[in-house]
Design a protein around this ligand. Structure first.
Ligand code: ATP
Ligand code: MG
Length: 564
């Protein structure tokens, strides 16, 4: 028999007003409904209701991971520096990593993700090809000193992640482990009731090749992705690469200088000349590992510094500052053009050979017209670096792309041999020779999924959980009179006896209005009210999601809820 949780005993103080610092709906509602409490910036305490939801999500994740044959382990969060030095990530992580020292002065970190440690565990435990393939996972606390931890549990500095790792001897084996994870993720997110899309991603600091993200579309999301309305194509905007446009013609007049005073921006220039911004070439100066580089894009487009960083990684990309111009008379701020420039020139593929542009003349207050790519300047590297915009052509079918915001809830990577190389992870192969192992790494934001689900399912009244994830199956409300309370408790016992998880609001001295508001806010899928007709043994059954209500005799409510 399931337990009946009495609201009078539940530690969940509901709030009528949104916390001042809460920007996203899930942040507001999870705090107001008493699910979580902020302990410090990006650090959260899970209160009884929140812990139940978190556990329910973990259970679904665990069941589906077990179903593909992954084995659960638990590794420490407090980790020694050495393995992260070996992989280079002690430095590469920069400010994101929590670093600390023990009493002897030795360096430690709080694990942001565990590729290094899993590789070491497997090197120790698996010595023969017969020991592989192996898939390991944990549901564990991760630490990242995020720059903007402002969306509640959506982006914590301490958070729960399911991370798993696969170890295979062949590329085919890795592809299979990856496919198993992909399928398990689809089942997990479907069971969680999350609306999600699988999109191609960039592999980032992880290294490796194939990588896909599971994105939950939501206004509060910090990721943007493109979706083709015509074909299957979907990708994180950072991963979109466009085919190079066809080269332009070379029939252009000679370069002509234009007197353009006070036009240091594209807007001022386009207005001064009466041309569209797209006719101009914008040259952004950035520092790549300290060296100044120019990046050329059509004047109506923006440079995506994230994408540029991904292309040039592990080089560090920074914006230039005023000091960088001090001893550089060749770089005329606001009037830079690629012609005659002595620095590396990176350009968007739209700056194709044969295209002509209005661009800076490398002289103050002067621009130049008919500056032709391939004739007047050369591009050192073509990189896809513009911010993707709504309506850009789909790289597969050419249809105008749709742009949407989403929350990244999962990420799967084919890492390959990067970490196996670092730690010389070999097993003895069938032929008696050592074989280098190939790896995959797969994450799910378990605590983030709580917020993502809240974002997608909540309405004006509050949270609204799918049944498998909800902190209870039924929320029974006793309107207030002794008879109503008696009936509410009786139904609760019957529902619990039938195996349902019941929350009963039998609080004395709390108005029915407050109880109804709290029930809507807490978001359990079925609400039963013992009210006006309690004397006849009739209660109201309300569906939290649809708002549909009907009056039913008690026995019928119990059978209705237990035969779903
Ligand atoms: P993001 O781009 O949102 O910072 P990430 O790419 O750094 O995420 P991964 O390293 O792939 O994330 O981590 C695996 C999963 O862990 C992510 O898909 C996400 O769901 C979750 N996650 C990552 N960072 C956080 C965080 N700060 N708070 C909560 N969940 C997180
Ligand atoms: Mg990621």
């Amino acid at each position: 028999m399931s337990q009946v949780q009495r609201m009078s005993r539940l530690m969940a103080k509901t709030l009528r007003d949104n916390p001042a610092d809460a920007e996203t709906l899930s942040h507001q509602l999870l705090v107001r409904a008493g699910y979580v409490r902020r302990t410090s910036a990006g650090i959260w305490s899970w209160l009884p209701l929140g812990k139940k939801v978190l556990d329910n999500i973990s259970r679904v994740v665990r069941e589906e991971m077990d179903a593909i044959g992954a084995q659960e382990v638990l590794l420490p969060a407090l980790l020694p520096r050495e393995p992260y030095d070996a992989s280079g990530r002690w430095d590469e992580y920069g400010d994101l990593l929590f670093r600390l020292k023990d009493r002897k002065g030795a360096d430690y970190l709080l694990g942001p993700t565990h590729e290094e440690i899993f590789t070491q565990v497997v090197k120790d435990q698996c010595t023969s090809y017969k020991d592989l393939p192996v898939m390991l996972y944990q549901i564990q606390t991760k630490y990242r000193d995020e720059a903007r931890p402002r969306s509640g549990v959506l982006r914590g500095r301490e958070f729960q992640m399911k991370d798993s790792y696969s170890f295979d001897t062949t590329d085919e084996g890795l592809a299979e482990s990856y496919a198993l994870h992909r399928e398990a993720y689809r089942k997990i997110f479907a069971r969680l009731g999350l609306d999600y899309r699988i999109v191609s991603a960039v592999s980032g600091a992880m290294g490796g090749s194939a990588s896909e993200e599971f994105l939950a579309p939501a206004a509060a999301g910090e990721d943007t992705f493109v979706d083709c309305p015509n074909c299957d194509y979907a990708a994180n905007t950072e991963a979109v690469t466009f085919a190079a446009p066809a080269p332009g013609t070379t029939e252009h007049g000679p370069v002509e200088e234009l007197d353009t005073p006070d036009t240091p921006t594209i807007e001022t220039l386009a207005e001064h000349l009466g041309v569209p911004a797209s006719a101009t070439l914008k040259n952004l100066l950035v520092k790549v590992d300290g060296e100044i580089v120019a990046v050329g894009v059509p004047g109506d487009r923006e440079v995506d510094l994230g994408k540029l960083g991904e292309h040039l990684a592990p080089a560090v990309v920074e914006l230039v500052s005023a000091e960088d111009f001090e001893d550089r008379p060749d770089l005329v701020r606001g009037y830079v053009g690629p012609q005659g420039l002595k620095i590396r020139y990176i350009a968007d593929p739209r700056v194709a050979p044969g295209t002509a542009w209005i661009t800076g003349a490398n002289k103050p207050d002067t621009h130049a017209r008919n500056v032709v790519c391939g004739r007047d300047f050369e591009v050192d590297d073509y990189l896809d670096v513009v911010v993707v915009e709504e309506g850009d052509p789909c790289p597969v079918c050419g249809t105008g792309l749709k742009l949407d915001r989403a929350i990244e809830i999962g990420h799967i990577f084919q890492l390959g041999r990067k970490y196996a190389d670092t730690f010389q992870l070999d097993v003895l192969g069938q032929q008696g020779k050592p074989v280098r192992v190939t790896m995959g790494s797969y994450g799910i934001g378990v605590s983030r999924a709580v917020a993502a689900l809240a974002e997608q399912t909540a309405d004006e009244q509050g949270l609204c959980w799918p049944q498998e994830i909800a902190p209870a199956d039924v929320h029974v409300v006793a309107a207030g009179k002794a008879l109503q309370t008696e009936l509410a408790l009786e139904i609760s016992d019957q529902l619990a006896a039938a195996g349902l998880r019941v929350l009963v609001d039998e609080r004395q001295g709390v108005s029915p209005g407050v109880k109804f508001t709290d029930a809507e806010l807490i978001g359990v899928p079925h609400i039963v009210v013992a009210g006006r007709r309690a004397g006849e043994g009739v209660v109201e059954l309300k569906d939290r999601r649809t708002g549909e209500r009907e009056e039913l005799p008690v026995a019928e409510v119990v059978s209705r809820l237990t035969t779903r």
